[in-house]
Ligand binder design. Structure first.
Ligand code: CP
Length: 310
């Protein structure tokens, strides 16, 4: 069997996704009785993070430990030999002999694809600039499936905030397009959904609307709120215009459907008020927990060991 990387949400078929969700569920149950599995005990994961991260890196590292494997890590350009002028290709090339899997986060869109072409071990895209974040999308799909019946009736997912630069959104709409879902994109037009994703949705005949009015969230089954991503804006003044535009707080949430769930890939700033944290609709910390189980599944997916979970 060839090397299996995770580079884009496009690569997953509905069958792949259903299997990954099922295995993630089994792993979640297994971890309740046993903290440690041994399926990847002879494997080493390299986490190469050239942009800040808390959840993605640490959940991947925890996932590898919980599967019995080991982790080596390089965090921040300044602490690797990239700071001395080494190319990304050379940096990654040496990994082939040090690790069995590479999870990479990089500010440049497409960097993980370049990495996968450069080395012969599985590469996992842990976020490539404003491009994609496919493993986040898997954990988001798992979270939605834990609260909503995604195999049955059509669900309406409202995406709020930075839809232009929000890589988690770009990947999640690709996955949800394989289920019964329609989308409401809520953002100022300047940071709306990029044309290439609009074309994909039209081609797949997915129903969606675009608006800047937060009232549109009220009738959604899922509210997926995102941070305005300061680090992606060329003009700081543009960021300042948008940063406090939408705030989901207790007062607003009380006007939404009772069964709406509020998700956020985190980190959050002011867009989700802490006054909703204890409300049953707020599932973003559970979502982060699901990242562990989902990434355990994905490490098994790239090593072709998923069938060892049963
Ligand atoms: N959701 C997410 O990617 O979080 P981190 O940036 O903390 O990894």
């Amino acid at each position: 069997m060839g090397v299996k990387s995770i580079l884009t949400a496009d690569q997953f078929s509905r069958k792949d996704l259903d299997l990954i969700l099922e295995k993630t569920r089994q792993i979640e149950d297994l971890l309740k009785t046993r903290k440690q599995l041994h399926v990847l005990k002879e494997h080493i994961l390299a986490t190469m993070f050239f942009e800040p991260s808390t959840r993605t890196r640490l959940s991947f590292e925890s996932a590898m430990h919980r599967l019995g494997g080991q982790v080596i890590t390089a965090v921040g350009m300044q602490f690797s030999s990239l700071a001395k002028g080494e190319t990304l290709f050379d940096t990654l090339k040496v990994l082939e002999s040090y690790a069995d899997i590479c999870a990479i986060r990089h500010p440049v869109e497409g960097a993980s694809l370049v990495a996968a072409k450069s080395i012969s071990i599985p590469v996992i895209n842990a976020g490539d600039g404003a491009g994609e974040h496919p493993t986040q999308a898997i954990l988001d799909l798992y979270t939605i499936s834990a609260y909503k019946n995604i195999q049955g009736k059509k669900i309406v997912v409202g995406f709020v905030g930075d839809i232009k630069y929000g890589r988690t959104i770009h990947s999640l709409i690709k996955l949800l397009s394989k289920y019964q879902a329609s989308f409401v994109f809520i953002s100022p037009p300047e940071i709306g959904l990029p044309e290439k994703y609009i074309e994909e949705l039209n081609k797949a005949k997915i129903t969606f609307t675009e608006t800047s009015d937060i009232e549109a969230l009220r009738e959604c089954d899922v509210g997926y709120i995102t941070r305005i991503q300061e680090e992606r804006f060329l003009e700081h003044a543009t960021y300042e215009n948008f940063k406090n535009l939408y705030v989901i707080n207790k007062k607003f949430l009380k006007t939404c459907r009772d069964d709406i769930i509020i998700m956020h890939p985190l980190p959050r700033l002011s867009e989700v008020s802490t006054d909703i944290d204890a409300m049953p609709q707020a599932v973003y910390f559970k979502q982060a927990e699901y990242g562990l189980y989902s990434r355990m599944s994905l490490l098994l997916y790239v090593t072709n060991r998923l069938d060892e979970i049963n």
